[in-house]
Structures are given as C-alpha cells and as structure tokens.
Design a protein around this ligand. Sequence first.
Ligand SMILES: [Zn+2]
Length: 556
Amino acid sequence: MSNDAILTQILFQIQAIQVSQQTLAAKVDVLYDVYDLLTVVGRCVSRRRSNSDSKLDKCHFHSSVELYNLGGFRIATSLSTSPPGKTLTTETKDKEREKALYPGRVLLTTYPDQHGIQPYILHWFAKDPLVRGPVICSRLPSSIKFRNALGAHSGSYSIYRALAIGMGTLSPSHRPDYSMTAPPVDIPPNESWWTPGKIISFDPWGHLAPQIFANQLRTKEEGGEGLDVRPSIAVTRAHIKLSELDETVRRGGIDVDGKIVMKSRPVKREDGSVNESIDPGVEVAVSKAAVEPVWYLPGVAERFGISETLLRRSLFEETGGMYPELITRPDIKVFLPPIGNFTVYIFGDPALLSSSSPDVHVTLRVHDECNGSDVFGSDICTCKPYLVYAIEECIRTAQGVQADMVKDGKKKGVGVVVYFRKEGRALGEVTKYLVYNLRKRGGDSADRFQALMSDVLHWLGIGVNGRGSAGADGKKRGRVDNMVSMSDMKYDAVVGSGIDVGRRYELPDHLIPPDSRVEIDAKIASGYFSTRKDGKELTPEELRKTVGRGWEEVEH
Ligand SMILES: [Zn+2]
C-alpha cells in the first residue's frame, strides 16, 4: 500500500473518531439536561409543599416529559422571573396552543441509532430520480423518522413561516396542492445531473419533485407514503420591463421583434383614454427559475477542499448551534442552509443551452445581488449598468444580432443571467456599508464563494453541449461563447467546472456612469481583470495570467 493510501486511511479513521466523539459529547449534554431537569423538579415540588397559596405557584408544566423538553435553565428562569403583566390564562392558552401545534415532545436532536430512525435512502448522484430519492427535511410526525436532510425549505424565509405558524395563521402540517404548479418550460435532465461532483449546491430534480415523487407525497389514506416532499426549484415564464431597456430601444440599440422584445401596452390617461404622445416602451419575454439551496455536504466539502467533518463543525458553530444534527447525524448528508436563493433568467429558447449545434451561441452573466445599485440606483458602483448591459447582450444574442455571433456567422442564440442573492461578496449589506465608510482598498477580502456558482450552468445543460475543447477524458467540454464579467473568480469557477468560455468582456466605457469611473480604474490598477491594458486588447493567454485582486465592493 502506498504512503498516500495509508495516510488517507488514517485520516478517514481520525475523522470517524471525531464524529463518534462529537456524538458522544452531544449525548453527555443530554444527560446534563436531564440532571438539570431533576434539580428543577425537586425545587418545584418542595415549593409546592411549602406554599399553600396556589397563585404563587409558577410551575406551569403538564408533565415531567414536557419539563424535560423545555430544558432546566428556562424553567428555572420562569420560576423566579415570570413577567408581572402576563396572566396565567394567556400562558395557559399559549401552552395549549403549543400542545395542539406540536403534540410530541421536543426533540432537541436525533441520533442515527435511535429507535425508529430510518432515513429515506438518498443516492445523490444516481441517474434514476427514484433511486436518487426525495429530499425530506420536514419535522412533521409523518416524516421526521424518514428525514434525510437537515435544515428547512425556503432558506431564510423558513423563519417567516415559523412566525406564521406561531401566530396561528398557518398550520404546521399545511401541505400545498402542487397539481397546477408544474413547470411551463422544460429543463430536462442531462448527464451533469448525475455526474459525481457537478451539482452539489441544489437539487437538480427540485422542480420536478412533486411529479417524480407523487407516490411518496400522496397520503397514506390515498395509498401513498404520506411524506412531506417539497419542490426546491420553481420554473415559470414572465415579461420583464426595465426603463433602461426602453431607452436602449429608443436609441436603436435593441430591435422590437414581437417575439422576444415586444411593444408595451399603450399608456392611458386617468379617464381611460389612450395617450398617444407617450411612448409605452417595451417588455421582454423570459423563462425563469428560482432555485433554493440544497447542499450535498460531502460534495460541498470537496469543492471547498476541506473535510466534511470540518465543514459540519463550522456550520454548526457559526450558526449559533442552530443545527445540532450536523454533529449528531453524520448519516444525513444533505443540508438546506438558511441562505438566499438564486434566479435564472433565460432569453430565447432554453433548449439551445444544451445544443451541440455549431450554429448556436450562448451569452452568460452571473450577477451577485447589489441591492443598493440594482434596485435603488446608487452610483457608488457599476452593478446596475453591468446587469442592464448583460441583459441587453442576452436579448441581442436571442435575436441573433449580438456582434460576436454575427462575426462568427451564427444564427441561433440564447442568453442567461443568473442572479445570486449574495450581497456584498456574501458578507451582507451591513458589512458592505461599513467597508464603504472605511474606504479600504486592497486584496484582503476576496470573494471566495464563486465555487458553487457553476452548478446552475450544468443544470441548464451547458456542460454537456459538447461545443468546447476536448477535456482530459477525451470528451468535449461545454461552452459559453460570451461571458459578461470582469471577475477572475467567476471565470475560474466556470472553466474549472468543465465549461470553456469563448470571450469575456466588460461594460463598455461609454456606459460607465461618470461617478463610477474611479471605481473601475481602481480595479484595473489593482490588477483586476480588464480586456484593455495601455489601450491594447489583451490576448486570451495574457488574460489568463491576469490575477484578480480584491476590491471592497462586489466583483463584476
Ligand atoms: Zn454594487
């Protein structure tokens, strides 16, 4: 056996020991809770004995089991500091409601060897979705034992759902009817969906879950398995309207073709009559998909080059210990993290993305949310002009008139904009504004979170279009012809995942708002990607060598 193999084995053993040690530690913690509980029960009982006035008795518990569930600390607090304004009746009412909403005892965590625990088998990279299995993270009594995923659906919005349930406006067992929600646009399975390592940050079958897992979803009374399976992707069609696009059409930069770009309905006066003197502008037809994060932890760990154990531990610690099962359930490999989703906007025929025809041209923009600029038009950065320019390039591609495709003599095109809810290099808007104030320049806060970004391109079939160069395995790589971005990080993520990028380019000079020119120049001066240097276009080789450096704002 080679040294490497032995080291790998030792490492694996150490990781296994770590997991069992953490599981053991968690079990000891539970014993501590039981100890605390017994102490509190003892104090309550002696208080009851010594206190004939029942109004002073603040031990509001129905059974020792429930007391155990609430944990010794909180009970001890309520014994001594019940708020004076809160009446016994309100508390009792809430207690009863809590019982009705959640009849079972509180399960702080679960263990793989616990009685009745039978996770639904999930083979993340299986080709057959029924072999792959449904993602189940519900804690409803019907599903909790079969859960094969940690966390909750809807990312950060799961907290609002919790509030709605707590306030009594939504039942915890509410299960929507998915029968009329099937995608109106086809995003069909492709090889990347089951190629190990290609898609690990969301569920590629997420938009088809209610159809594929209909039997698992159906109630037991209806002959099904009664499991709480939910879609984690939704696909739909829409028209978008941006005043910037209206302007571009007026300037002649985009044609109204009646199919992708249409004239908007006439503007009306207050009395309902048509106001011919106002140009109503245009709207653009798109297909779009909202995609929720569903992480396959071994794949995410591999992508970031760390061990799964370390990934689980840091997720557990840095979420304030919110997900103890990251530690106690090493057998559950899927985690729905409480982070924002992303949205895919497709301009033109989505089927062209996976097409191997040499006549096809694909234009791409991967955009990280910048609420201040994208929505509110803040001029501190160039995010919105970038986004709008990329949308225009996508439209021109879909119309078959984008400059590069005309040059290459291509006839069919499709454009994709992926919009990630990942504000300020995934630091959040608060940190972002602090950095604005600090005006710190330099390379110490680079965006390391583009590593998961390429998954969506593989979901769309770009990875298997075979229009790229030959890969190491002899198979043809996928290809994006145009990428509107200055970010090396994004470029590296796309190329590293097996997709060639034909040409990448930036926002043209004349579209840069004057106040943002300083930002762009600072980026280029600090070694940021630019196709221009000393007024000359760089060769692809020179571009590859350009090392991206940090900037306090979002990467483009
Ligand atoms: Zn910005």
